[in-house]
Design a protein around this ligand. Structure first.
Ligand code: NAD
Length: 255
């Protein structure tokens, strides 16, 4: 039996076919879930609608997580239609390009706030709104990166945002656990996506993983999709507040 049969999954963060959210969307549909997709705004609309239609998504809706009214509106519309949510995948982040290019100590106050707001606070906000719709329990999954705990060259403010995101995962898991809602993060190895290209010298990150990871290869987005299915499924019913690495083992390697 497919792992997510009878479940409804809301996947946030599809910008294009290279997005990790797209790999997750494909995996959850393969495992029998009903899919709801969200995209950031007008610029992503056509692509998200085309991709969503190809997976027979039941809804494809805009949601800019920087706007409280849009987040509230999204979940209100689902509530009005009596949607029971089982899975929420938060696969989005943002930092100003200049903050991923200049030295970290030159990060501006505004750039710091923006990265933390979009990349970390948004998880708190969407979990707050999604929890009441998870009436039979649920699974929240977000995407993080090793730069949360290591000073990865050029990852800068995004590393600080991912540290806040991972701490938020633990606080949310602790609070929502009694309602049967699990909250976990997947720490993916570097993958060539639109966001990743904003990180200066990203190709050297890919090369390092290929050379040093125990599996001697870069992360395939489909591997992240499958890990998200696992965390969303009954198989992971005992797991919450965790960061699961899907990076070919790169994080365990010493110098
Ligand atoms: P991507 O560019 O395809 O996706 C990022 C998404 O964030 C886009 O859909 C974008 O529209 C969305 N977004 C940005 N600001 C938003 C806002 N205000 N409201 C709503 N959506 C907004 O890149 P990706 O690599 O698929 O990124 C997905 C997640 O995976 C991010 O959290 C990223 O940090 C994380 N991640 C990526 C890598 C990698 O190497 N690509 C590695 C580990 C973790």
């Amino acid at each position: 039996m497919p792992l997510l049969e009878g479940k409804t999954a809301l996947v946030m963060g599809v910008a294009n076919r290279w997005s990790i959210a797209w790999a997750v969307a494909q995996a959850v549909v393969r495992e029998g879930a009903r899919l709801i997709l969200t995209y950031q705004g007008e610029r992503q609309k056509k692509t998200a609608e085309d991709l969503g239609a190809s997976l027979k998504a039941s809804k494809i809706l805009p949601c800019d997580v920087g706007r409280d009214a849009e987040v509230a509106g999204l979940f209100d519309s689902l509530k009005q239609e009596n949607v029971r949510l089982d899975v929420l995948v938060h696969s989005l982040a943002f930092a100003n390009r200049e903050d991923l290019e200049r030295p970290f100590h030159e990060t501006s106050r505004d750039g710091f706030s923006l990265a933390l707001d979009v990349s970390a606070y948004s998880l708190v906000k969407v979990a707050h709104h999604a929890a009441p719709l998870m009436s039979e329990g649920g699974s929240v999954v977000t995407l993080t990166y090793l730069g949360s705990t290591r000073a990865v060259k050029n990852y800068n403010i995004m590393g600080v945002a991912k540290a806040a995101l991972e701490a938020s995962v633990r606080y949310l898991a602790s609070e929502l656990g009694p309602q049967g809602i699990r909250v976990n993060a997947i720490s993916a190895g570097p993958i060539k996506t639109a966001s990743a290209r904003a990180v200066k010298d990203f190709s050297s990150m890919l090369a390092a993983v290929e050379q040093k990871a125990p599996l001697r290869k870069n992360t395939d987005p489909a591997e992240v999709g499958d890990a998200a299915v696992f965390l969303a499924s009954h198989l992971a019913r005992g797991i919450t507040g965790e960061v699961l690495f899907v990076d070919g083992g790169y994080n365990i390697v010493g110098l």
